[in-house]
Design a binder for this molecule. Structure first.
Ligand code: HEM
Ligand SMILES: *[C@@H]1O[C@H](CO)[C@@H](O)[C@H](O)[C@H]1NC(C)=O
Ligand SMILES: *[C@@H]1O[C@H](CO)[C@@H](O)[C@H](O)[C@H]1NC(C)=O
Ligand SMILES: *[C@@H]1O[C@H](CO)[C@@H](O)[C@H](O)[C@H]1NC(C)=O
Ligand SMILES: *[C@@H]1O[C@H](CO)[C@@H](O)[C@H](O)[C@H]1NC(C)=O
Ligand SMILES: *[C@@H]1O[C@H](CO)[C@@H](O)[C@H](O)[C@H]1NC(C)=O
Length: 491
């Protein structure tokens, strides 16, 4: 009796596999899909920095994974990434919807929303970022001020070994505060400390097993609500922070030119008051601000932390940056983003830092809004699309020495800066990073100010800082200490 049952079961299982195999025959290649767990067995429990790149080595530049029932297509290498993000811009424009994002309030704001809300909020976001973005009238003076504050914070360490992570996070968060609220906060401000703490908590939660479990099995929350409830309450706290700032702005409205994101948004709300299709309301505004903190702090802060680590490890390259800055800027007190045109080597180094130590593992995943045929493969509607930007930045077909920190990737023989097509740290297509211009200004102003003021050295007895990243959703440097030795005031 048992024998027959087992034989029957085996038959059924085989049949299931054969049918699945048949229906999957036009899908991109990938590891075998097993019942329930799908094909994540191939990746194992621990994601490491080259997980996706290794997948592509085995299955090619377009491959398919199953996370349980969820199909995921990974695009790898510059050519496939570009084709996915540009040629299939519309097909892949939708953001992935997950149980946690839904609980947070996905239909609002810019970074996670879709459809009409996303289109309208994003268009407005782009115009406003452009107005605030560059030049003396925009945010540049505030970014410069923030960089000077960071130089002062580093100077307090008097050349002794210290961990720069916290002061960097504070400064970068303050830039977003300037963008959203038009003001910075002293680092000892209680509200500001709370804000940083919220950010940290959310970053940690997003990389925790509690989060992953919740995304896969949302019902688990009923039995294990602690970490989930805490994360939601942090989101709520950040939105409340934004709402309070919005209320303050409303009280002082119309007495000045619009100076920050909230000002512009309130004006827009007023303008579209009678438009029934308008998505401009205070609730959506507070979600936009939330998005800026999520998308604009960790990314930029991690890049700067990698920057200082790499400078300490490569004193020769650091020296060349010092020399260029000194030669070009001399003793002039002020310099601006404009001046980067005169500093090709410095600019190349910043680009190379972003390429060599890209801070994101999966980017912001998208979703396929209809059945798509790409390179002869069928991608079913609803498939998660991961365009692996990291694989483009490390693509051996695009870069002379992909695994080496080499600023020459962005320089020609004459030492002029050259743009590279495969440099896609901000993504591409309709969903390209909204803060790209601002991030570029920030990175240049911070980097140039810090290198002008200090020589970054390894603490005594340390041969090299560890460049092996801590991998989660982000690719972060391990906590490190270095010395910021003030440069003589003549420079
Ligand atoms: C080094 C710094 C940064 C990097 C590497 C970066 C990278 C990215 C990437 C890869 C995306 C996804 C693009 C896609 O789906 O194709 C993105 C989206 C986004 N970024 Fe950034 N970003 C940075 C800084 C910032 C800053 C400073 C802000 C804002 C103030 C910002 C705001 C956004 C927003 C709002 C989105 C969502 C856009 C949308 O979904 O339409 N980012 N960023
Ligand atoms: C992608 O679009 C570009 C420009 O429109 C075109 O030249 C190229 O052939 C397209 N690639 C594919 C694979 O369709
Ligand atoms: C809204 O616009 C009207 C005129 O267009 C103006 O009188 C009013 O002050 C504006 N209100 C706000 C809050 O901006
Ligand atoms: C609102 O949207 C509908 C449907 O998309 C469109 O027909 C209508 O013209 C829009 N109204 C305004 C005032 O833009
Ligand atoms: C944000 O805009 C969308 C689109 O109109 C709307 O459905 C949603 O209700 C808005 N959010 C809030 C909280 O009003
Ligand atoms: C993310 O989680 C993994 C696994 O728990 C952990 O090893 C790693 O350190 C975390 N990464 C970050 C950046 O916190």
């Amino acid at each position: 009796m048992l024998g027959i049952l087992i034989a029957l079961l085996t038959c059924l299982l085989m049949l299931h596999f054969l049918r699945q195999h048949w229906s999957h025959r036009s899908y991109p290649p990938g590891p075998l899909r097993l019942p329930i767990i799908g094909s994540i067995w191939r990746i194992g429990v621990k994601v490491h920095k080259d997980t996706l790149i290794e997948l592509a080595k085995q299955y090619g530049s377009i491959s398919m994974l199953w996370l349980g029932q969820m199909p995921i297509v990974v695009l790898s290498g510059y050519e496939a990434v570009k084709e996915g993000l540009i040629n299939h811009s519309e097909d892949f424009a939708e953001r992935l919807s997950t149980p946690f994002l839904k609980a947070v309030g996905q239909e609002w704001g810019i970074a996670f929303s879709n459809g009409h809300t996303w289109k309208q909020q994003r268009r407005f976001g782009i115009t406003t970022m452009r107005k605030l973005g560059l030049g003396k009238k925009g945010m540049e003076p505030q970014i410069e001020e923030e960089a000077h504050q960071l130089v002062e914070a580093f100077a307090l360490e008097k050349g002794q070994p210290f961990d720069p992570a916290m002061p960097i996070s504070n400064s970068i968060a303050n830039v977003i505060c300037a963008l959203a609220f038009g003001q910075r906060f002293p680092v000892e401000d209680k509200e500001f400390i709370k804000l940083i703490e919220i950010s940290d908590h959310l970053t940690k939660f997003l990389n925790s097993s509690s989060h992953i479990l919740y995304e896969l099995f949302p019902w688990i929350v009923k039995h294990h609500p602690g970490p989930y409830k805490k994360a939601i309450s942090k989101v709520e706290a950040m939105l409340t922070f934004a709402r309070n700032e919005i209320n303050k702005h409303k009280e002082h409205h119309a007495v000045h030119e619009p100076l920050d994101f909230i000002d512009f948004y309130l004006l827009q709300m007023n303008k579209s008051k009678n438009d029934p299709n308008s998505t401009f309301n205070e609730e959506n505004l507070s979600y936009c601000i939330f998005d800026f903190f999520v998308a604009g702090t960790e990314t930029t802060a991690l890049t700067l932390r990698w920057a200082l680590l790499l400078m300490a490890n490569h004193p020769d390259i650091q020296e060349k940056v010092h020399k260029e800055i000194e030669d070009v800027l001399g003793s002039s007190q002020e310099f601006h983003y404009q001046d980067q045109k005169k500093l090709p080597y410095t600019k190349a180094v910043i680009h190379e830092i972003m390429r060599f130590k890209y801070i994101s593992l999966f980017g912001f995943p998208r979703q396929c809004s209809q059945v798509v045929n790409m390179r002869g493969f069928l991608i079913p509607k609803g498939t998660v699309i991961i365009a692996d930007l990291r694989s483009a930045l490390l693509d051996p077909k695009q870069w002379e020495t992909p695994e080496e920190f080499n600023p020459n990737h962005f320089l020609d023989k004459g030492g002029n800066f050259v743009e590279r097509e495969a440099f896609l740290p901000f993504g591409a297509g309709t969903r390209v990073c909204l803060g790209e211009q601002m991030a570029r200004v920030e990175l240049f102003i911070f980097f140039a100010n810090l290198l002008r003021a200090f020589t970054f050295q390894l603490p005594e007895g340390v041969k090299e800082l560890n460049t092996d990243p801590i991998v989660g959703g982000s690719v972060a440097p391990r906590p490190y200490k270095l010395c910021a030795v003030p440069r003589s005031s003549s420079s």
